[in-house]
Design a protein around this ligand. Structure first.
Ligand code: ASP
Ligand code: MG
Length: 406
């Protein structure tokens, strides 16, 4: 008898038909004698709708009340899922995050799980119930309802799998698994059988939004092996686990394109100690996340100056421009230009560690496509280039063909 955690995302519980479908999948596993803990998200669109309702009333609603509000989304789904299992004559009980023993800190709307005491879950499982837990929510030690940040049901599932020492953790979604690239852009993209935590994290933060990044970090920390698979068919999904030696045989695991990049360039920044510190401190103080930074070599012998470029999320561009404009007198740069039609194309793979010439091959491929590279950054398992957004899809297809042709 195995203990299995099965998480169903918003699209998998989008309506009562889909919830019945979830129930019959759970019933199939239950019929084999396995113990099942189900974690569900709010029905798709519900969380967004609740947020819009609150923002209709005021732009920055109180965060404790937002948690109170958003937690209702998952609470609806757990009850409906339990009812759907009852309709199949199965014993099932729904639990809120608090009832499931999920304790968090008090940072409303992005609380961190502090510990899990799954006493009630164990008792109910031993009594033959399927236990359905509300994802995305927990409770502080003094009984306040909290939520775990957008996409937080993934974290609930992974954390429960760790706390329950589950034999299997399945993340059900509306795609068959993790792909070598977004199949909507690259039709030749393939589903991966396996991917390492680090590759998954790079792909997730690069815009391949399959799972909440924090949940993958958590899984890595606690060694929770999980499978990402579809709730709409029976195809095997993608296993996400610690890196193994054989994973390095594949040079590149996947390609991703982040379409939300904006680039800011400060021209003629005086080349003196403290300038970069001043600029990036001001951006940090405004809570603007800076991604890539490139500074050129100095020009001008008498008053040496340099050009400094950085990228931010497109949504933060106006804010960033304001901060930079405010520094004009103090820093004394000559001019500032920005471009919000940029994309970041990245290739990811642990195989880069043991293969050479990967960057050269990527750049050659882009050159052949006539794509100009505006910035480059690399890490141990990733190479990213900032390019013209309009060329993004073609560049992605070409790079995918160069590295991932089957
Ligand atoms: N319902 C929450 C959200 O939409 C949590 C989740 O779906 O994982 O972000
Ligand atoms: Mg999700």
């Amino acid at each position: 008898m195995a203990l299995i955690v099965q998480k169903f995302g918003g699209t998998s519980v989008a309506n009562t038909e889909r919830i019945k479908n979830v129930a019959s999948r759970v019933a199939k596993y239950r019929a084999k004698g396995d113990q099942i803990v189900v974690v569900v998200s709010a029905m798709s669109g519900v969380t967004d709708n609740l947020i819009n309702l609150a923002k209709d009333i005021m732009p920055l609603p109180n965060e404790r009340e937002m948690d109170m509000l958003l937690a209702t989304g998952e609470q609806t789904t757990i009850a409906l899922t339990a009812i759907a299992l009852h309709a199949l004559n199965l014993k099932a009980v729904s639990l809120t995050g608090a009832q499931a023993g999920i304790l968090t800190d008090g940072v409303h709307t992005k609380a961190k799980i502090q510990n899990i005491t799954p006493k009630m879950i164990h008792e109910l499982l031993d009594d033959g119930h399927v236990v359905i837990v509300a994802g995305f929510q927990g409770q502080t030690p003094d009984g306040q309802i909290t939520t775990l940040g957008r996409g937080g049901s993934d974290l609930t599932a992974i954390a429960l799998a760790a706390a329950l020492k589950a034999d299997l953790c399945q993340i059900y979604t509306d795609v068959d698994g993790v792909y070598t690239a977004d199949p909507r852009i690259v039709p030749e993209a393939r589903k991966l059988d396996v991917i390492s935590y680090d590759e998954m994290l790079e792909l997730a933060s690069l815009g391949a939004k399959v799972m909440q990044s924090r949940s993958v970090e958590f899984a890595k920390k606690f060694g929770v092996v999980f499978e990402v698979r579809s709730s709409l068919n029976d195809n095997p999904g993608t296993i996400v686990k610690e890196e193994t030696k054989s994973m390095e045989d594949v040079v590149i695991r996947g390609v991703s394109l982040d379409k939300n990049q904006a680039k800011v360039t400060l021209l003629g920044v005086p080349d003196r100690p403290g300038m970069a510190a001043r600029i990036f401190k001001a951006l940090a103080d405004a809570a603007i996340n800076v991604d890539m930074i490139v500074q050129n070599v100095s020009h001008g012998a008498k008053d040496p100056a340099t050009d400094l470029s950085f990228t931010v999320d497109k949504a933060d561009l106006l804010k960033a421009r304001k901060v930079i404009d405010g520094l004009k007198a103090e820093v004394g740069y000559a001019d500032v230009i920005s471009n919000e039609k940029m994309g970041k194309l990245s290739i990811v793979g642990v195989g880069m560690r043991s293969h050479s010439g990967v960057a050269a091959r990527m750049f050659e491929t882009l050159a052949k496509e006539g794509v100009n590279i505006s910035m480059i950054s690399t890490s141990e398992i990733k190479i990213s280039v900032v390019i013209d957004l309009a060329k993004g899809p073609d560049a992605m297809k070409a790079v995918h063909a160069a590295f991932l042709k089957s």
